[in-house]
Design a protein around this ligand. Structure first.
Ligand code: ZN
Length: 190
């Protein structure tokens, strides 16, 4: 839990958060991930589902794949995965397969989390690998960036789905009002 989190864990999660912010700026759901071994970053990634048009392009899955390439082996023994959001079932599966020693995540995901929330895949004794899990590191910031992203997206959707003002005749503006009048009346503001 949080008090176990070392300064190093927080520093790595802060890096994952920076990656999440890059994802947000690129229009992707803001999740970031970093893989570390011996105090060195091997791979880092953010969610790229939209850019790659790939439903599996979650931040931590990409980071695990790239870490494997970085060390020339799929066995990520001795590695630590830092990710801003609790991994989903797919990523929890990838974590078990990768044999990472430890997973540190920020916000919990009550809707899809598969480490502790919906499923406990990473601690299932029937599977052949169980990494140590640390949760709640910078959880507030990790959750906030996601909330902000979805809130903004909802208000944008509301704005573009708003019906156009009724027009009469060939005049594109209601009641013959000029654009300036509408702006003054607050009709065109968000
Ligand atoms: Zn995932």
């Amino acid at each position: 839990m949080l008090d176990e989190a070392s300064a190093f864990d927080r520093a790595m999660m802060a890096r994952a958060l920076e990656l999440a912010a890059e994802a947000r700026d690129a229009g992707e759901v803001p999740v970031g991930a970093v893989v570390v071994r011996n105090g060195r970053i091997l791979a880092q990634a953010y969610n790229l589902r939209e850019a790659l048009r790939d439903p599996t392009a979650h931040a931590e899955r990409l980071a695990l794949s790239w870490a494997g390439r970085a060390i020339g082996s799929w066995r990520l023994e001795g590695c630590i995965l830092y990710v801003t959001l609790e991994p989903c079932a797919m990523c929890a599966g990838a974590i078990v397969l990768s044999r990472v020693a430890r997973v540190v995540y920020g916000a919990t995901d009550p809707k899809a989390g598969a480490c502790e929330s919906l499923y406990r895949l990473t601690s299932d004794p029937r599977l052949n690998h169980r990494p140590v899990i640390t949760s709640g590191v910078l959880a507030e910031d990790c959750g906030e960036i996601l909330r902000g992203f979805f809130q903004e997206r909802r208000s944008y959707r509301k704005l573009i789905s708003r019906p156009l003002p009724k027009t009469s005749g060939s005049n594109p503006l209601p009641c013959g009002a000029g654009l300036d009048d509408l702006e003054r009346e607050g009709c065109l503001s968000g």
